[in-house]
Write a protein of this length. Structure first.
Length: 259
C-alpha cells in the first residue's frame, strides 16, 4: 500500500536549506521516550545479552565499568536492536526525512549519545567527513531522550555552515585513550553559533555538513540524544579501503549501482 503523505508531520524545509537544521517539537510521545529510555538502560547496564558490548564507548576514567553513568556512546543501536530499528523506521520521522532528502531513503547509521553527569565535550566537527558516502547531504534526526539544556551539554550549531562544504578535520582531540580529530578554529567563524535546546521527544534534524559541537555536562542530570542518520539510496560508497556495508532501505527504490 502506498504511503499516505497527507497526514505527514511537516517541517520548515526552507529553514533547513538555509540554516542546515530544523527542530520539530514533540514528535515522540512521553510514553515512547520512556520505552526508549528503558531499553537504553538495559543496554548500558549490561542487561541486554543480545547487544554487542563492543558497540559501547566509555567516558574517560570509567575504569572499564559499564553503566548508565559511564557509557559515553552506544553505536549502531538500530542495526542491532529491533526496538531502535522500529523507531528509526517510524513514519513520523521518515516522513520528515523525505521532505529533506527525497523519497528514496536508507538508514546509514545510528547512535545514542549518553552525555552522563560529568560527560566530556565534543568539539566542532562535521559528520560527512566521517561518513564514506556521497553526496554529502545526509540528514540526522537527533531525538532528545532527556531535557536538553545549555547546562547539561546541548548541541551548538553554526547556522549555514553546511554551505562551506567539507572542512579539514586535522586538529587532534584526545578523549580518554582515543585520539579523535576536530576542525581547527581558524577554518570557520563561530560567532553566529546557536544552542539546540529540546524537551524529551522533540527532535532536531541537521545536515551532515553543518558544524556542531557540545560542551561538557556540568549538571547531575543526563543529556541523552538518540541519533538516526539517513541518506538517499542513490548514494555512492567512497572508501576504497573498506568493503561497502549493506544499508537498510526504509522507503522508496533500490539503486543497484549505489550503496
Amino acid at each position: 500500500m502506498a504511503h499516505d503523505s497527507t497526514m505527514s508531520p511537516r517541517c520548515d524545509v526552507q529553514h533547513y536549506e538555509d540554516h542546515g537544521y530544523v527542530d520539530v517539537n514533540n514528535l515522540l510521545t512521553q510514553q515512547e521516550v520512556a520505552e526508549l529510555c528503558d531499553r537504553n538502560y538495559e543496554i548500558a547496564e549490561g542487561h541486554a545479552n543480545d547487544f554487542p558490548k563492543n558497540n559501547l564507548e566509555l567516558e574517560p576514567h570509567a575504569n572499564g565499568v559499564y553503566s548508565l553513568k559511564t557509557v559515553r556512546k552506544i553505536n549502531a543501536c538500530a542495526e542491532f536492536d529491533p526496538l531502535f530499528l522500529k523507531y528509526a523506521s517510524m513514519d513520523r520521522i521518515v516522513d520528515i526525512v523525505e521532505q529533506l532528502i527525497g523519497p528514496d531513503i536508507k538508514l546509514f547509521g545510528s547512535q545514542i549519545f549518553m552525555k552522563p553527569p560529568g560527560g566530556v565535550e565534543k568539539p566542532y566537527h562535521q559528520d560527512s567527513p566521517y561518513f564514506s558516502v556521497e553526496p554529502m547531504s545526509l540528514v540526522t534526526c537527533w531525538i532528545a531522550l532527556d531535557e536538553v539544556t545549555v547546562e547539561n551539554g546541548c548541541l551548538w550549531v553554526v547556522p549555514g555552515s553546511h554551505r562551506l562544504g567539507p572542512l579539514p578535520h586535522n586538529e587532534p582531540w584526545v578523549v580518554g585513550d582515543r585520539v579523535d580529530m576536530r576542525v581547527p578554529d581558524s577554518q570557520f567563524d563561530c560567532s553566529s553559533e546557536v544552542p539546540i535546546t529540546l524537551s524529551p521527544g522533540s527532535c532536531s534534524f541537521h545536515h551532515s555538513l553543518i558544524l556542531h559541537m557540545s560542551h561538557p555536562n556540568k549538571t547531575n542530570t543526563f543529556r541523552r540524544g538518540l541519533a538516526f542518520h539517513y541518506m538517499t539510496s542513490k548514494s555512492r560508497w567512497t572508501n576504497l579501503d573498506k568493503p561497502q556495508p549493506v544499508y537498510r532501505l526504509l522507503r522508496g527504490k533500490e539503486y543497484p549501482s549505489c550503496v
